[in-house]
Design a binder for this molecule. Structure first.
Ligand SMILES: C[S@@+](CC[C@H](N)C(=O)[O-])C[C@H]1O[C@@H](n2cnc3c(N)ncnc32)[C@H](O)[C@@H]1O
Length: 218
């Protein structure tokens, strides 16, 4: 990705970061990333026939774990805009007929002409301005089957001023202004306004990260 639409955003990655993304996450999480992501995906209760949409899918590391829960009728569609992520994703799934990739912006209205059982978005939505998150959630709603689940794996809601000084220093250094805004918002109330409800949540990594599940209820 060469041109950032949101210059302050930390999720529109440089080609260098995209090429080294998994390594950066492993190092940045002091080796905790793999265990954490496995636990979060286990909590999604993926069924063998699930049709899953992974928005901002990155290298496909998460999709590979999700794929391990699928049977022969299950399917994952990964969506991303980064060419460097696309290359890694396609290389990872070159021998799989259960996973495909679409190069598509998720911050603009789009139509994949399909509805999904589960939509997953991991460490992407915090990186958009709040009015753009509205577009993303509308895209999610349009692509969810009735009764389908939307999973946001991202920062939890917390007060930065109450973080231990070292955690606050790292968070402020590494994250973007949109993340600082994201953690202050009441996400259950926001999602309720879009016809999503029946929430459940799991917290990870000292409760700074949350998997928030909501269901399309109307
Ligand atoms: C922080 S990474 C997270 C990747 C992956 N979800 C994960 O958890 O490993 C953010 C991802 O969102 C993608 N992205 C950023 N803006 C996007 C947009 N407008 N539409 C689609 N993908 C986007 C980036 O290319 C990148 O792969």
């Amino acid at each position: 990705m060469n041109t950032k639409l949101y210059p302050e955003s930390g999720v529109e990655l440089t080609p260098f970061t995209a090429r080294n993304y998994d390594r950066v996450m492993n190092i940045g999480s002091f080796g905790k990333y793999t265990g954490f992501i496995r636990n979060a995906i286990e909590a999604m209760n993926i069924g063998g026939d699930d049709q899953i949409l992974d928005l901002g899918c990155g290298t496909g590391r998460n999709a590979a774990i999700m794929e391990s829960y699928l049977g022969e009728n299950g399917h994952i569609t990964g969506v991303d805009i980064s060419k460097d992520m696309e290359k890694q994703f396609l290389a990872r799934f070159k021998d799989s007929n259960m996973v495909d990739f679409i190069n598509q912006r998720i911050d603009r209205p789009f139509d994949l002409c399909k509805q999904f059982d589960k939509i997953f978005i991991s460490f992407v939505i915090h990186g958009f301005p709040h009015d753009i998150r509205d577009v993303v959630i509308k895209n999610v709603y349009a692509h969810l089957k009735p009764g389908g689940s939307f999973f946001i794996l991202d920062f939890a809601e917390f007060d930065m001023d109450k973080m231990p000084a070292l955690h606050r220093f790292i968070f402020k250094k590494v994250e973007c202004i949109y993340a600082f805004d994201y953690i202050k918002r009441d996400w259950k109330s926001i999602l309720s306004g879009y016809g999503l409800g029946e929430f459940s949540e799991h917290h990870y990594l000292k409760k700074y990260v949350r998997l928030l599940q909501s269901m399309k209820i109307n």
